[in-house]
Design a protein around this ligand. Structure first.
Ligand code: FMN
Length: 186
């Protein structure tokens, strides 16, 4: 069976980001036919419509091409002040102006890790609304909220909490099955 390619982005640029670590855990726990590759987009500048009028930056075009060429998109974002991180929203704003924009119809799974107890639930629902508005096809269940994340990863950034490993594995399985069910991308 063919291997499905998933591009993953983190809403945190922090070197020791728990969300980045959660993406690495998802890659490890995914079924063999779901290949998850984390893509860096730290070079994407602050959105300014005047800059867009001069042409899309190479960093935006590169991210657009990565997502457009993937079978699925995986996003892990922290919650910043009850919503999605600014860097993630900024990248989404840029991408939403590209043509064709890469979210339309893209199978997308979301997870979030926060030090707070509810694991970024508020931000996830904002993220669903934001990318739903640009027609991403967001996986509904299982939802993954990693609360108290600092207690669930070790110093090396490896996910050690068994219950969290289990739910991420289940989400990746559901994501794989759903991408296959939706069929080949157009
Ligand atoms: C600007 C800022 C705002 C934050 N707001 C929230 C919040 O609303 N809810 C929450 O649970 N944690 C909040 N946090 C704490 C983050 O959950 C914590 O820093 C987390 O580790 C960030 O994710 P990362 O490890 O992937 O960088 C905030 C952190 C920052 C830096």
């Amino acid at each position: 069976m063919s291997v499905l390619k998933v591009v993953a982005i983190s809403g945190s640029l922090r070197a020791k980001s728990y969300n980045h670590a959660a993406l690495r855990a998802a890659a490890e726990l995914a079924p063999d036919d779901l290949e998850i590759r984390i893509v860096d987009y730290a070079a994407v500048p602050l959105y300014n419509q005047d800059d867009q009028a001069k042409g899309f930056p190479g960093s935006v075009e590169a991210l657009r091409a990565e997502i457009a060429g993937a079978d699925g998109l995986l996003i892990a974002s922290p919650e910043y002040n009850f919503s999605v991180s600014g860097v993630l929203k900024n990248a989404i704003d840029w991408l939403s102006r590209t043509n064709p924009q890469p979210f339309k119809g893209k199978p997308t799974a979301i997870l979030s890790a926060t030090m707070g107890p509810i694991g970024g639930a508020r931000s996830q629902y904002d993220l669903r609304k934001i990318i739903g508005g640009i027609e991403a096809n967001v996986l509904t269940k299982p939802e993954v909220f990693i609360g108290a994340c600092h207690t669930k990863f070790n110093e090396q950034g490896q996910l050690t909490d068994e219950a969290t490993r289990k739910i991420i594995g289940e989400q990746m399985l559901a994501f794989r099955n759903w991408i296959r069910q939706l069929g080949p991308r157009s």
